[in-house]
Every structure is written in structure tokens, then in C-alpha cells.
Design a protein around this ligand. Structure first.
Ligand SMILES: CC(C)(COP(=O)(O)OP(=O)(O)OC[C@H]1O[C@@H](n2cnc3c(N)ncnc32)[C@H](O)[C@@H]1OP(=O)(O)O)[C@@H](O)C(=O)NCCC(=O)NCCS
Length: 160
């Protein structure tokens, strides 16, 4: 099993982060709740194996809330996703946040499973939110995982 470590991202990671985000999400931009984020400019943590990026979490702190904007694990099933969430939660707590939250889409059943097993609760479903998201990011596909139509945003949170 590869050994990884988690460290904060810095400016020198930008290109590799843009490659990862573009490969996984079609662009470095991500839309959540009608807001377009350039996720490559957000703070976050990287999981690295040797000198390779094996996972990435980016987050955005506004007032007393911390949103996980992206979470990607390149080597799944060895704890990287969970460790990245723990790091974001620690950071949010230390910055005085009351809530750690995130959006996933209705097709992403593995993520819906994953977050619930890590203590997140569904606090809202935003039907047809993807119509607005596609206006801001037209490359968002219409069919998602298992060919499920991507339509709705599901909002998860952990109170801190
Ligand atoms: C969702 C995602 C981030 C999970 O990342 P991950 O690195 O696979 O997560 P973990 O390794 O921490 O956990 C995955 C499983 O491996 C298990 N696992 C972790 N470490 C393990 C180990 N050492 N040995 C065996 N199993 C292990 C975990 O228990 C977990 O299983 P469970 O959910 O049944 O408890 C990843 O699948 C991903 O990148 N998905 C695509 C992008 C995406 O959808 N992101 C979320 C968008 S909102």
C-alpha cells in the first residue's frame, strides 16, 4: 500500500492542481450554490506519494463557515479522502468556523455514501440547481455517474 503524507498546497503546486481539476471536473472552475470558484486559487491540502499528487482538497472560508469546494483522491481506498477531510475540518475549527459544508450532485452516489459514512448530514437538496451551474460552467455534462442525469445539488454539513 503506497504511503502518503498530507501537506498544505502552495503556489508551486498550481500547474499540477490545474491538471488534476481539469482532468476530473472539465475545468479548474467549479460551481456551487450559483457561485463560480477557480478552485486552483483556493487554499487546500495535498496528499502526496513520493513527489506525486495523490489527492487534493480545496476549501473556502466565509464568515464562520467553511465549504469544501473540491475533494479528489487519485489513489482511492487507502484513507486519503478521509485524511483530507480531517485536515479541512481541523483548519475550519482552528479558524473559528461553526460549520463544514459541501455540495455534491445527485448522480454522485459514491460520494453521497462516502460523506454520510464520515459524519456529514444532508441538510438541503436544491432541485434543478445544475441549470444555473451550467450557465456559469457550460462544460458540466448532462449525464453523470451511471448515466444518471445531473440535476440537483445535495448539501451536506458537519457542525463543528
Ligand atoms: C470520494 C473520494 C474522495 C473518496 O476518497 P478515498 O481516498 O477513496 O477515501 P478513503 O480511502 O478515505 O475511504 C474510501 C474507503 O476506503 C476505506 N479505507 C481507507 N483506508 C483503508 C485502508 N488502509 N485499508 C482498507 N480500506 C481502507 C475506507 O474505510 C472507505 O470505505 P468506507 O467508505 O466503506 O468506510 C474518492 O472516491 C474520489 O476522489 N471520488 C471522485 C471525486 C468525487 O466525487 N469527489 C467528491 C465530490 S463532492
Amino acid at each position: 500500500m503506497p504511503r502518503y503524507h498530507i501537506r498544505p498546497i502552495d503556489k508551486s503546486d498550481r500547474e499540477v492542481i490545474i491538471d488534476l481539476l481539469t482532468g476530473r471536473w472539465g475545468a479548474k472552475e467549479v460551481v456551487s450554490r450559483g457561485v463560480l470558484y477557480d478552485a486552483s486559487t483556493l487554499p487546500g491540502f495535498a496528499a502526496v506519494v513520493g513527489d506525486k499528487l495523490a489527492g487534493l482538497i480545496t476549501y473556502d472560508i466565509r464568515d464562520d463557515q467553511c465549504q469544501i469546494v473540491t475533494l479528489d483522491s487519485v489513489i482511492e481506498g487507502i484513507g486519503i479522502g478521509s485524511a483530507l477531510i480531517d485536515k479541512a475540518a481541523d483548519t475550519a475549527r482552528s479558524r473559528g468556523c461553526r460549520r463544514l459544508w459541501l455540495i455534491t450532485t445527485n448522480d454522485n452516489t459514491p460520494a453521497i455514501r462516502f460523506y454520510q459514512k464520515r459524519g456529514f448530514r444532508i441538510v438541503a437538496v436544491h432541485p434543478n440547481a445544475l441549470e444555473q451551474s451550467r450557465r456559469l460552467k457550460p462544460v458540466i455534462p448532462f449525464a453523470g455517474l451511471d448515466d444518471i442525469p445531473i440535476r440537483d445539488e445535495i448539501e451536506f454539513e458537519i457542525p463543528l
